[in-house]
Every structure is written in structure tokens, then in C-alpha cells.
Design a protein around this ligand. Structure first.
Ligand code: ATP
Ligand code: MG
Length: 332
């Protein structure tokens, strides 16, 4: 048993917490999963440099932030420095043609979203990649999330279980008008920051030099190395935190009046600005301060999200069994 899970045992003495730990251990990204992604990234960067000589490719998202599952995709950001900002669609069109000639890539698909991406797979495997151009905020927030993930031993299991729960309940798909994984993670961090005895601080407030928004992008991955673990007085078990999280969003959080700010470690009052007006869910991006939950724009989806929190909260309070809200066996 690795040392980290030894100390995690202290937070998993009841059945629900034990089940959460078991799900985490079974599903968390393995060193070998990351190595495979990293090998692909290196190869791709080299091939891309045959066209864009000084381009740098960064692995971002859950592959790098400590919150990945074995089944998580690999998010990539291609950084093209220079004075004249290229049009992402043009670059992705060039890359799509290049990728079609690469022996280890298949099924390339250009997705014209707000942040356009090239989606593709490693040939003959189920490893999926999403590549964007110069969306460097994704690099910054990946390393911010990584620092939160490792600030307390309970964070990674807690978030993995919440992601699995949301996925199972079909409220974890921004392309279908529900919550992105990124939004869910910020919602969990916010809950842990605002407990009477917080499990997490605001790292942007406590370590501004590590998360300064204009820090040179090459320095960003160093940030987490300078952030020590947070010493919390809160000794709640994993199960207590999961129940508390569901209860917070089922009954305490005021969706119509509050904005979630992980940056400030508090709920901000919703003002009348364009970013928050007429939005069902307001979650502030820690660097760009826009709404990461803007995908939730239909009342019916918002109601489904709230209903899922309420229903799961009621069932879990009653049963104290993870299987009552997630089919653990089927997922493992
Ligand atoms: P999963 O394991 O489900 O793939 P993930 O952590 O990779 O989860 P995604 O929602 O797929 O989460 O987002 C991938 C990354 O893209 C995030 O970690 C973040 O860096 C960036 N990102 C996603 N949405 C936004 C957003 N609205 N604003 C800024 N960055 C975002
Ligand atoms: Mg991802």
C-alpha cells in the first residue's frame, strides 16, 4: 500500500468513505496512462515542429491536474508565440492535414466551438485527444487545479467520485447543456473552501507569485512545486465531505443570487453584469473571471441538475452507501 493511501485511511473508517477510496484507487489515472499520453505528446510536438518550428505542445486538463481517471481523454494546448495571433481554425486546418499523414493518428475531426479544437485518436487505441491553439488559460488553470488536488489528501478521491456521480447521472456534458468536468471541479473546491472549518484556502490569494496571471507560460508548470500541503483543522471523512457537498448544492447554495469564486474562496453576490445576468449557474473562471458554466442555458437542464443534487442527497443521507447513488461495481 503506498504511503499516501496509508494516511488517507484515516479519513476512510466508515463504509461510505471506504467505498469512495476503493472507487478512487480503481479508477484514478495510472502512471502508465500518463506515460502513454506523454509519449504521444512528444511525437506530435516533433511532427508539428516540421511546420511550426517553435511551437510547444502542453498536456493540460485532468491528465495533468491530478484529477484524471484511467478513461480520461488527453487535452492538449499548442502554444504558437509571435506578434500576429494566428486564427485557430486556420492552424487546426493545417494540422488536420498533417495528422492525416501520420501513421499513429486516426479519426481527426475539427470542432468549431468557442474554443475550436482538433479531436483525434491514437491509432488502434481508445486514447482520445482534444487539441486547441493558444488557449493558454487552460495551462494556467490546469496547474492551479493541480495545486488544489495535492493540497489535501482528500481532494483527489472526493473529486473523482463526484465526477463519476455526475457522469452516471448525465449532468456532466457541456455539449449537452449540463456541467463540464472543469465546472464540477470548481464547484467541489468552492464547497471545501467555504466550510466553517475550510479544507482548502484560496491558493491564488496565498501564493500570488505562483499563480500570477501574466507569469511566463513556461514557468507555469513549476507553480505547484512551491505550494506546500494545506494544514486544515477539518478532519471530516470522505463520506462526510461527499454528503456535505450534495447538501450544500441541494439546500444552501443560492443559484439565483451567488457566483462561485474559487479565486476568492467565497460566494460573490451576483451583480447585473453581462457575464452573470440571466445565467442559471455562475462559476467564475479563476484567471479570466468569465462564466465557465455558461453551457447550462436551458431551464430544463438546470432543473435536472438541481434535482440530481436533491435526490442523491436524500438517498445518500438515508442509505450511507455509495452504491445507492453510483453503480460502483459496474464502473470498476
Ligand atoms: P475529464 O477527466 O472529464 O476529461 P477535465 O479535467 O479534463 O475532465 P474538461 O472539462 O474536459 O475537464 O476540461 C479540460 C481542461 O480545459 C480543464 O482542466 C481546463 O484547463 C480547460 N477548460 C475547460 N473549460 C474551460 C473554461 N470554460 N475556461 C477555461 N478553461 C477551461
Ligand atoms: Mg479532459
Amino acid at each position: 500500500v503506498p504511503e499516501s493511501s496509508n494516511s488517507l485511511q484515516a479519513y476512510a473508517k466508515d463504509k461510505l468513505s471506504e467505498q469512495m477510496l476503493e472507487l478512487f484507487e480503481a479508477c484514478q489515472q495510472q502512471t502508465s496512462d500518463l506515460a502513454r499520453k506523454e509519449t504521444c505528446r512528444t511525437r506530435l510536438q516533433k511532427d508539428i515542429q516540421s511546420i511550426y518550428a517553435v511551437a510547444r505542445l502542453y498536456l493540460t486538463g485532468s491528465s495533468m491536474n491530478g484529477l484524471g481517471c484511467r478513461s480520461s481523454d488527453a487535452d492538449l494546448c499548442l502554444v504558437l508565440k509571435g506578434n500576429n495571433r494566428p486564427d485557430p481554425i486556420n492552424v487546426l486546418t493545417v494540422l488536420q492535414r498533417l495528422f492525416k499523414s501520420l501513421s499513429y493518428v486516426e479519426r481527426t475531426q475539427l470542432i468549431r466551438a468557442k474554443v475550436p479544437i482538433l479531436r483525434f485518436r491514437e491509432k488502434g487505441s481508445d486514447l482520445e485527444f482534444d487539441l486547441n491553439i493558444n488557449n493558454t488559460v487552460g495551462i494556467r488553470n490546469t496547474f492551479l487545479l493541480r495545486s488544489y488536488a495535492y493540497a489535501d489528501l482528500r481532494i483527489r478521491p472526493m473529486i473523482l467520485v463526484v465526477k463519476k456521480w455526475a457522469r452516471h447521472n448525465q449532468i456532466n456534458d457541456a455539449s449537452k447543456g449540463t456541467l463540464s468536468s472543469y465546472t464540477l471541479v470548481l464547484m467541489v473546491l468552492h464547497y471545501l473552501q467555504t466550510l466553517k472549518e475550510p479544507v482548502l484556502p484560496s491558493l491564488q490569494r496565498d501564493y500570488p507569485e505562483c499563480f500570477y496571471a501574466l507569469l511566463d507560460i513556461d514557468m507555469v508548470p513549476e507553480g505547484p512545486k512551491h505550494v506546500p500541503p494545506y494544514i486544515s483543522t477539518n478532519q471530516s471523512s470522505l463520506g462526510e465531505l461527499l454528503l456535505g457537498f450534495l447538501k450544500y448544492y441541494a439546500t444552501d447554495f443560492r443559484w439565483d443570487k451567488q457566483v462561485i469564486s474559487v479565486r476568492e474562496a467565497k460566494a460573490l453576490p451576483k451583480n447585473n453584469s453581462k457575464e452573470w445576468r440571466n445565467k442559471y449557474i455562475c462559476v467564475e473562471e479563476p484567471f479570466e473571471k468569465n462564466n465557465v458554466a455558461r453551457a447550462v442555458h436551458e431551464k430544463i437542464k438546470f432543473d435536472a441538475i438541481k434535482a440530481t443534487f436533491a435526490e442523491s442527497c436524500r438517498i445518500l443521507q438515508d442509505r450511507k452507501d455509495l452504491n445507492s447513488i453510483i453503480p460502483v461495481r459496474a464502473i470498476i
